[in-house]
Ligand binder design. Structure first.
Ligand code: ATP
Ligand code: MG
Length: 744
């Protein structure tokens, strides 16, 4: 009875409630998309704090994306208050590992001021090594080979033996790469996990307080993450995992579905719970998604029943070209947003792509129509040249032994130091086994006139324009703490003025320096937001544990940089669109676990999905399944006749949908009638739009030349097999063309 009254349990179904309140030490929830796994996991955290009396700081929760972490934190904060939200150790495996390493890393000989080499940094280092030694290997391949090698010590089984003998240079490349990272005090993404495993193994005291470990998206954990989970749980062995084998889409990054069997073997008393109702999508969206995944005959079968009504038929549309596909998507978005009055906004729309490179024609079409969007799953913002320069300066200020950062800014802004000189300096530093920073200082202090010749004039310049700026700002950076007067924004502003950065942009980029300066301003506001959040929420300190020595790194700058490095789904748009109602463009991979009322999946053709270079067809199918199951109310698939890649060759509809395309989809546009509007309102828990609201939008959204009924005749020879079998026929006499179809 007490359970039924508890507000967190009230909204749950029986199976979810059982999962939330289970007393078993290990709980595994395996269930399909939209069945409330994440919802249940979040509720269990609340339950553990409220009913079991665990301290929030004694609970570790791992999510797959930064966005998912943020959403979960918010929900927990709402129920348990900001203090709990602040203290709970919740984030991606990488960010949790980073926190532990900076607090306790000294116990395994790590300098707590380590930097993080993101994928781009790692690749650049490898590229340089390959070039220097003339290694005949593709740097991208070497990067993933090294990554797999690092994960290997922790894999369940040895990776299948490739028939090809391995390129012997790979080992050499690995060795040098690792030496380079160590010299620069950098950890790459894999190192964060590997070193954290080492820490928790050798120094279990630092997790002796942990009462419970909870993991979302378990199907995509890899061997090291499994190891980490076990180590975090070593004190109490209380683990809750939720996952869905059908949504395992990171096999290419060493995720192991076998971790599931491993868990059941390692924890034989696991309480297995399944959730069988889908709360997310309309019945027809769920039906068509299940049809896709059921083609996989080897899969572990689960029950997944719709709780919602049928709803609008999913749409599958063939277009003449990629450009036409982009335009069609725009017109369908406009039409949906209009038809649903105030019930839907652009914020409710997501466009999910197999690969980020497919976004070009979509972005062009949205841009043409003046629709704002944001990108998830691309580093777009932080990859801008002007932002990268500032980040490199900040990295150098925080951590002068970061050789990569220093090397990139030696001659930016221009100081007359050529690439050859920089290369020589790097080599000299490597030979002397000192950092580039120390070497430069030696040069400029005149204490070392050695191998690399730098003209005295240049030395002077380096000294005043680089070394002095960095040293001065270092002092200031140390003074930035949460409650001090000095702020991160002050620091960046000072950096900008000392570099005369505005002037630099003007001379270097005469055409678009204004836009770039705008980005710099955006960067400042981002830093400002971060400091505010850091002060309010993200107290990254770990709890005090008796007799355990902890480094309290309260450097806001360090945390800001780590945050940037780990923000793999940084959501920033050209015009800082974050606050406005904008359309989301995302890769399918980055959309995992999320949901939107309206979802578009463009470029559903063979070669794109399944991808032409994909090794695992089943994983490609699961990827499409993940994309489709993100949709709550409206789902649109589309396919151009000619692909956008390469020479724009003719493409075929993806084999994952072609067998049942004509039966399951509408080939025109979505049809909106009263019952459908009502169904959508129910799924989204929103009010039905008034007719007034719908008509009010009409004149503002469409210009006279807009084709409100954008169903232009398509070449039916190419659209074969896409006949709309059921269709929504217009009432009254049959019209000539189809262009009034479905607006009943
Ligand atoms: P995925 O596999 O895609 O990560 P999931 O199983 O984690 O999906 P959730 O995201 O937790 O599913 O839930 C899907 C949607 O259903 C959410 O909007 C959630 O609020 C809602 N939901 C979950 N459980 C219930 C319930 N018992 N009653 C009503 N709505 C629910
Ligand atoms: Mg989820």
């Amino acid at each position: 009875a007490a359970q039924a009254e508890n507000p967190i349990l009230k909204s749950l179904n029986a199976a979810q409630r059982r999962a939330v309140t289970s007393n078993a030490s290990t709980v595994a929830i395996l269930a399909g998309p939209g069945s409330g796994k994440t919802h249940t996991l979040t509720s269990r955290v609340v339950w553990l704090v409220q009913q079991t009396g665990y301290q929030p700081s004694d609970i570790v929760v791992a999510t797959f994306t930064v966005k998912a972490a943020r959403e979960m934190k918010e929900r927990i904060g709402k129920v348990l208050g900001p203090d709990c939200e602040r203290k709970i150790v919740l984030g991606t495996f990488h960010s949790i590992a980073r926190r532990y390493l900076s607090a306790y890393g000294k116990h395994i000989g790590l300098d707590f001021k380590f930097g993080i080499a993101d994928d781009g940094d790692s690749r650049a280092v490898i590229q340089r090594i390959c070039k220097r030694h003339d290694f005949n290997i593709d740097p991208g391949y070497a990067r993933s080979w090294i990554s797999k090698k690092k994960a290997k010590g922790h894999a369940t089984e040895p990776a299948p033996n490739k028939k090809q003998p391995e390129n012997p240079s790979l080992n050499e490349c690995y060795r040098e790469y690792q030496e380079h990272l160590e010299r620069s005090n950098l950890l790459d993404y894999d190192d964060l996990l590997v070193r954290c495993v080492e820490l928790l193994r050798e120094y279990p005291a630092c997790v002796s307080n942990i009462q419970a470990v909870l993991i979302d998206e378990y199907q995509d954990t890899n061997g090291i993450q499994y190891e980490l989970m076990k180590l975090f749980a070593q004190a109490r062995q209380r683990i809750t995992i939720v996952g869905d084998p059908d949504q395992s889409i990171y096999g290419w990054r060493s995720a192991e579905i076998r971790n599931l069997y491993r868990l059941l073997r390692d924890y034989p008393d696991t309480d297995e719970i399944s959730l069988e109702e889908n709360y997310r999508s309309s019945q027809s969206i769920l039906d068509v998604s299940l049809t896709v995944i059921q083609q996989d005959k080897k899969r572990y079968q689960k029950v997944l029943l719709p709780v919602h009504t049928k709803g609008a038929r999913p749409v599958l549309r063939k277009l003449k070209s990629s450009a036409a596909e982009g335009d069609w998507i725009v017109s369908e978005i406009k039409r949906a947003v209009m038809m649903f009055g105030d019930m839907l906004t652009y914020e409710d729309v997501a466009i999910l792509l197999r690969s980020a490179s497919l976004s070009r024609h979509i972005e062009a079409a949205l841009g043409k129509a003046g629709l704002a969007y944001r990108m998830i799953g691309g580093h777009k913002f932080y990859e801008r040249k002007e932002i990268k320069i500032l980040l490199d300066y900040l990295r150098a200020i925080y951590q002068p032994d970061n050789n990569d950062a220093i090397a990139r800014i030696i001659n930016v802004p221009r100081r007359g130091i050529g690439d050859t000189t920089i290369k020589r300096l790097i080599e000299e530093a490597e030979q002397l086994k000192i950092s580039l920073w120390s070497l430069l200082r030696k040069h400029c202090q005149g204490s070392r006139k050695a191998t690399t010749k730098i003209l005295p004039k240049m030395e002077q310049k380096l000294n005043t324009e680089l070394l002095r700026i960095i040293s001065n700002l270092q002092t200031q950076a140390q003074q930035i703490t949460e409650d001090s007067q000095h702020t991160l924004v002050d620091l960046i502003e000072k950096l900008l003025s000392q570099l005369d950065f505005k002037q630099y942009l003007e001379s270097e980029y005469p055409e678009d320096h204004e836009q770039r300066w705008q980005n710099v301003q955006e960067f400042l506001s981002l830093a400002n937001d971060f400091v505010r959040d850091a002060a309010n929420l993200e107290d990254e300190m770990l709890p005090e544990i008796e007799d355990v020595d902890q480094v309290k790194d309260d450097s806001i700058l360090g945390r800001f940089l780590a945050n940037v490095a780990l923000a793999s789904d940084a959501q920033k748009n050209d015009d800082g669109a974050e606050k406005k109602a904008v359309i989301t463009i995302s890769t399918i991979h980055a959309a995992k676990g999320l949901e939107w009322p309206v979802v578009f999946v463009p470029s559903v053709y063979a070669g794109s999905i399944p991808h032409s270079r994909a090794e695992d067809l089943d994983e490609e199918r699961r990827l499409l399944y993940v994309a489709m199951t993100r949709a709550q109310a409206l789902l649109y698939l589309s396919c151009p006749l000619y692909g956008s890649q390469g020479m724009g060759a003719k493409v075929e509809l993806s084999p994952f949908v072609s067998p049942f395309a004509s039966a399951a989809f509408s080939k025109q546009g979505a049809s909106f009638n009263r019952p459908i509007l009502e169904g959508v309102a129910k799924i989204l828990g929103r009010d039905l739009p008034s007719e007034k609201a719908i008509f009010a939008k009409l004149p503002t959204m469409f210009s006279p030349e807009d084709n409100l009924f954008p169903i232009d005749p398509i070449d039916t020879r190419d659209a074969e097999g896409l006949e709309d079998s059921e269709g929504y026929r217009p009432k009254g006499p049959k019209r000539q063309r189809l262009n009034n179809q479905g607006y009943g």
